[in-house]
Structure formats: structure tokens, C-alpha cells
Design a binder for this molecule. Structure first.
Ligand SMILES: Cc1cc2nc3c(=O)[nH]c(=O)nc-3n(C[C@H](O)[C@H](O)[C@H](O)COP(=O)(O)O)c2cc1C
Length: 111
């Protein structure tokens, strides 16, 4: 990472996988799957990346299925310095930002 002067890495994006949604009405449509169904897989990749880059000072950005404060905190626990939200923001709006900030600060916030 230092060799290429990469400062930060966004760990994951959407997935072509359909694990957990195959049975749903639109579960087999083409395109990238995002939101809650990708949460666990993205956190797993983030954690592996964090272990691989341990000591490198590369900043990790956690993204994938952050739909509440707990999911944001999960990304940080797995090694993220920053988090990105997309699908969760569509469903929950700015309240999700407030909740995520509170969770990352270690506080509880009333919905
Ligand atoms: C409608 C839509 C458009 C997206 N466009 C881009 C894009 O242009 N570039 C990119 O890197 N990721 C794009 N993404 C992926 C998101 O940045 C993010 O990595 C992914 O949706 C997982 O996060 P989420 O579960 O919070 O949505 C897009 C996602 C969605 C749902």
C-alpha cells in the first residue's frame, strides 16, 4: 500500500452473490446486491483486510449493510476508521447518520 501511496481502502462494494435472498420475489434479478444482506460478508472481508494490513497505517473504510448504529459499530470493531452508508440512508434517511455517529461515539440514542 505504501509502495503505491494508497492512503485508504474501501473494503467492499455490492455483491453478485444472492445468498439469503434467493427465495425473495426479486431475489434473482441481475445487478449488485446491497444493504442488510451483504452486512456479514462485508464485515468479514473488512476484518481480513484489516489483519492483512495491520501496522501499515492504511485507513480502512467499512461499507455494506450499515442500517443501524450497531452495524456501524461492527464495522469499526472489524477494523474500519471510517464508515460509508448508502442503502441504509435510502431507507432511513438522516436519522441513520445520527444513530451511527452516536454508536461510534459509544453512546445510545433514542430513535
Ligand atoms: C444504486 C446504487 C448505486 C451505486 N453506485 C456506485 C458507484 O457508482 N460507485 C461505487 O463505487 N459504488 C456504488 N454503489 C455501491 C455502494 O457505494 C456500496 O458500496 C454498496 O451499496 C454497499 O453499501 P450499502 O449496503 O450501504 O448500500 C452503488 C450502490 C447502489 C445501491
Amino acid at each position: 500500500m505504501r509502495r503505491f501511496e494508497i492512503d485508504a481502502v474501501i473494503a467492499t462494494n455490492t455483491t453478485l452473490g444472492r445468498a439469503g435472498v434467493e427465495h425473495l420475489p426479486h431475489g434473482n434479478e441481475a445487478g449488485g446486491l446491497s444493504g442488510a444482506p451483504v452486512r456479514a460478508a462485508s464485515t468479514r472481508v473488512l476484518r481480513e483486510l484489516g489483519q492483512a494490513l495491520a501496522g501499515s497505517r492504511t485507513i480502512l473504510i467499512g461499507v455494506g449493510g450499515i442500517t443501524d448504529g450497531a452495524a456501524a459499530a461492527e464495522k469499526r470493531e472489524a477494523g474500519a476508521s471510517l464508515v460509508q452508508i448508502y442503502t441504509g440512508f435510502i431507507y432511513r434517511g438522516p436519522a441513520l447518520v445520527r444513530e451511527a455517529v452516536a454508536a461510534l461515539a459509544g453512546a445510545r440514542v433514542e430513535a
